[in-house]
Design a protein around this ligand. Structure first.
Ligand SMILES: [Zn+2]
Length: 209
């Protein structure tokens, strides 16, 4: 697990953490390690901008961000190259799944607005491991959506920096960024590298004490 320093309830899994959506045994082990309940709230991720509120654990439906102001209700998204983001307020927390489609459509802004609309002031954000500009080769139809965040892969083709794009949207917050690239890191799942169905989880929660 990767624990961003200074966060009350935030963790990013690695391959060693297993796929916690479907693997209840591994999820229980991680929950034990983190000191949180073993039942989490999930969404069916669809690369959109919808935010859903979790009041109790379980499957919430189609969305790409989860908000909760309930104490000790872990909320989670699963990724393998897409960007997992956790936003903390002192009285609420959100978790976001942002691939290039969701990022371009504004899922991070939607999650920020959702939190603010409900009276919670976002304080800090953690951007977890994702495919980096070093490896995220894309075509011109995608670079056109990310003006100012176009980069180059280590092999010299056009790429985009989605974590950098998201960091810019989080201006004003204290931002921690993993910087680890899923495509090159052996300890992380990468869909682009392996075509895997496996994902790593990002889990957030609002501690009760
Ligand atoms: Zn890379």
């Amino acid at each position: 697990m990767i624990r961003p320093p200074g966060f009350a309830g935030a963790a990013f899994g690695t391959t060693a953490s297993g796929d916690s959506r479907s693997d209840a045994v591994r999820r229980a082990a991680i929950s034990d390690e983190l000191g949180i309940p073993a039942d989490w709230a999930f969404v069916h991720q669809v690369h959109g901008t919808r935010v859903l509120e979790a009041i109790v654990p379980g499957s919430l439906g189609d969305a790409d961000a989860i908000f909760t102001a309930a104490g000790n209700v872990p909320i989670a998204v699963a990724t393998a190259d897409c960007v997992p983001v956790i936003i903390e307020a002192s009285t609420a927390v959100s978790v976001i799944h942002a691939g290039w489609r969701g990022a371009a459509a504004g899922v991070v802004m939607a999650a920020l607005e959702y939190m603010i609309d409900r009276g919670h002031e976002p304080q800090r954000a953690a951007i977890g491991p994702a495919i980096g500009p070093c490896c995220y080769e894309v075509g011109p139809e995608v670079t056109a959506r990310f003006v100012g965040h176009v980069a180059q892969t280590t092999w010299g083709t056009a790429s985009i920096d989605i974590p950098g794009f998201i960091e810019q949207q989080l201006a004003g917050l204290e931002v921690w960024r993993s910087g680890e690239c899923t495509y090159t890191s052996e300890r992380l799942h990468s869909y682009r590298r392996d075509g895997t169905r496996q994902r790593q989880v990002a889990v957030a929660w609002l501690p009760t004490s």
